[in-house]
Design a protein around this ligand. Structure first.
Ligand code: FMN
Length: 210
């Protein structure tokens, strides 16, 4: 692992510094970000609804490997409805301390049940209750009494139940990258950008104008 160096915030990024493998490159930047950013796993995910209108919100990256980028959510929520209608997404990370951005685009698929089960089991009990209790993205009565009631009902339902099973409508998605861009900001505003695109069994890398 390369040590994080906040002075990189104005460093040039050259092609020779980039790993040929964008996932290795992502991991390298992620580790550097993790040394200086309290939540490097925070990412914006954009999806598209049935009418082609984009939507965006933050989620947490919970794993990355050569299959892609994983996150977890409610399968009945708005983003899931959009993904089921248009199974594509774009991700964006911003690590302000390093003046870096990473962008990812690609098709999206549900994770296997076993993978979602394993991640759900690793969460704290309150988070597990919340996944059952909250009808994500649906209108709720205000003040929060309806959500408090749903939470209390869920706690009662699972009183003495351990482990709590994963709700069938909650689990993970995988974004399979078909385009990944690494952006290094420069004080000159003439930032460095490199985009990876699939080529044969590997990737080709090209510099983009800032
Ligand atoms: C920093 C941060 C992390 C979040 N992480 C998640 C997450 O991992 N999964 C999730 O479903 N929502 C997460 N949320 C909430 C989403 O931004 C969003 O409000 C919620 O998923 C409902 O979005 P939707 O109505 O488009 O489905 C997070 C919000 C913030 C600000």
């Amino acid at each position: 692992m390369k040590a994080a160096d906040p002075s990189r915030a104005d460093c040039a990024l050259g092609r020779e510094e980039l790993d040929d493998d964008p996932i290795a490159q992502f991991r390298d930047w992620f580790e550097q970000a993790a040394a200086v950013n309290p939540m490097p796993e925070t990412m914006c995910i954009a999806t598209v609804d049935e009418e082609g209108r984009p939507d965006a919100r933050m989620v947490l990256l919970k794993g990355v490997d050569h299959d892609g980028f994983r996150f977890f959510t409610n399968y009945d929520g708005e983003k899931a409805i959009q993904i089921e209608a248009n199974p594509v997404a774009a991700l964006a990370f911003h690590w302000v301390e390093l003046n870096r951005q990473v962008r990812v685009r690609g098709p999206v698929e549900r994770l296997a049940d076993e993978e979602s089960d394993a991640y759900y089991a690793s969460r704290g009990r309150n988070s597990q209750i919340g996944a059952w209790a909250s009808p994500q993205s649906r209108p709720l009565g205000d003040p929060r009494s309806e959500l408090d009631r749903l939470t209390a009902e869920t706690e009662a339902r699972f009183d003495g139940v351990d482990p709590i099973p994963r709700p069938p409508n909650w689990g993970g998605y995988l974004v399979r990258p078909v385009q990944i861009e690494f952006w290094q900001g420069r004080r000159s505003r003439l930032h460095d950008r490199f985009q990876y695109l699939p080529e044969g069994d590997g990737w080709t890398i090209r510099r983009l104008a800032p």
